[in-house]
Design a protein around this ligand. Structure first.
Ligand code: ZN
Length: 446
């Protein structure tokens, strides 16, 4: 698995130099590279499209940007670091005195060696980011400012992959693709999602898994606005962000706080002694803000490591390739994989022989304990499954109540199901293909 961490880190390294924003060639180049790993579809939504209360903005592309000092030498150069130019800066070519230029310069006095990351998507302004150290050295005089950007009608680009399962229910995995050279906040989520998709392509699940590679905020709002027929199929979801730093994992609950994904993550975090790393939903952060907005209230939580804003490197050029590690990426991938496996296995059953205990010996289950389908399962696990299979209680609840491991409970349930003693519930929805054929029908909540 460490090899996989190295692979993920290497892919992040390839994507790192690309100058991304919420629209533009940087996102396309990034998605085209992702498409060489997994079969995503790349979608374009024209500028000016109304999406709920928002409008898809004009497309922004940057070719060059610099500031030349009074001696004619470049003091800030976009080609050295793409964080130097404020995202969505309008084009400009002008000379101005330092006192005036200062209003357009951003630095970090507390971390004088770092370049901050700033954007002004809807401001119609321009600016540069630079180190405090450099700012302090700027001499009085007249500076030449040049920003060669284009802000014009184009489109918003996002990537999507649906891995069909046996039912139309969906698990959503979402990550943002809109930051320039930032490793943890952006690239880590992309590369973990790519690996996760690769695993699921090889081993699809009961439900369908939908991957979204989207620009933050406007991307998720756009997707939600254009997929009202799909939204209700989303029964679970995770936003992956900041999943590459060496900090412990963090899970942020969905707005519902008790959705299956919340309970599954709670279980995984407890098993790993990370109870204190679970935080409640707040309507601030990444695209969970949109998925969990009042009108949607989707069961989507957030997996990260150090939460955004809690590490000083956040939104600076210190969030670089050294800031993320192969081991942390693998650990995050394992957690996300485990969450999807558990949600997949977390069924509800109906005990067909609820009057007293069924005679397990008759179906060869009584003497089988200690060996079985999942390697080992306990007689006690079967008794718990039988006792709680009322058609409403899921296996996760059985595991929690019995204090027997979830895999053992799943193994016991499978054995009982095979023996015809319990029946899986709520799995009778049409497949995704059937669902897609009937355009007007929307699936019922199970
Ligand atoms: Zn960010």
């Amino acid at each position: 698995m460490i090899d996989e961490g190295v692979q993920m880190h290497a892919l992040a390294g390839e994507l790192f130099p690309i100058c991304r924003s919420i629209t533009g060639e940087g996102v396309r180049t990034t998605l085209r590279r992702v498409a060489r790993e997994i079969p995503i579809e790349i979608h374009e939504v024209p500028s000016g499209t109304h999406v709920h209360d928002w409008i898809v903005p004009d497309e922004w592309n940057v070719r060059d940007a610099w500031i030349k000092g009074p001696d004619g030498r470049k003091v800030v150069d976009f080609t050295e670091c793409n964080l130097h130019v404020v995202g969505y800066s309008k084009p400009i070519s002008v000379s101005m005195h330092l006192s005036e230029l200062r209003h357009h310069l951003y630095s970090l006095p507390d971390n004088p060696e770092w370049v901050p990351y700033r954007t002004g998507y809807y401001n119609n302004s321009w600016g540069f980011c630079l180190t405090q150290r450099k700012l302090d050295l700027l001499e009085d005089g007249v500076y030449e400012v040049f920003i060669d950007t284009e802000l014009s009608a184009g489109s918003l680009t996002y990537g999507e992959l649906v891995i069909p399962g046996q039912t139309s229910d969906e698990f959503l995995v979402s990550c943002h693709v809109c930051h320039p050279s930032l490793a943890n906040d952006n690239l880590s989520g992309i590369v973990v999602a790519v690996s996760l998709a690769r695993h699921l392509l090889a081993n699809s699940k009961r439900f369908s898994v939908r991957f979204l590679f989207i620009p933050g905020t406007i991307g998720s709002i756009t997707w939600l606005a254009l997929h009202s027929n799909v939204v209700q199929r989303i029964k679970h979801g995770l936003v992956l962000t900041c999943v590459g730093d060496v900090g412990d994992p963090t899970y942020k609950r969905s707005r519902r706080s008790d959705a299956t994904i919340d309970r599954v993550m709670n279980y995984i975090f407890q098993q790993n002694g990370l109870n204190e790393r679970i935080v409640d939903f707040v309507p601030y952060g990444y695209d969970e803000r949109q998925y969990c907005s009042l009108g949607f209230n989707l069961p989507v939580g957030v997996l990260s490591r150090s939460p955004h804003g809690t590490f000083p490197e956040y939104h600076t050029n210190a969030d670089n390739m050294e800031f993320i590690t192969p081991a942390a990426l693998v650990d995050s991938l394992n957690m996300a994989t485990c969450a999807i496996e558990m949600v997949n296995d977390n069924c509800t059953y109906k005990n067909l022989k609820p009057m007293g205990e069924p005679m397990l010996g008759k179906v060869g289950l009584y003497d089988k304990h200690g060996a079985g389908r999942s390697g080992k399962f306990l007689e006690l696990a079967m008794l718990w499954v039988l006792n709680l299979s009322d058609g409403k209680t899921d296996l996760l609840t059985v595991a929690e109540r019995s204090k027997i491991g979830f895999p053992e409970i799943v193994g016991a349930a499978l054995a009982l199901e095979e023996a015809g003693i319990i029946l899986k519930d709520g799995d009778s929805q049409p497949s995704l293909e059937l669902e897609l054929q009937s355009t007007s029908h929307t699936p019922e909540t199970p």
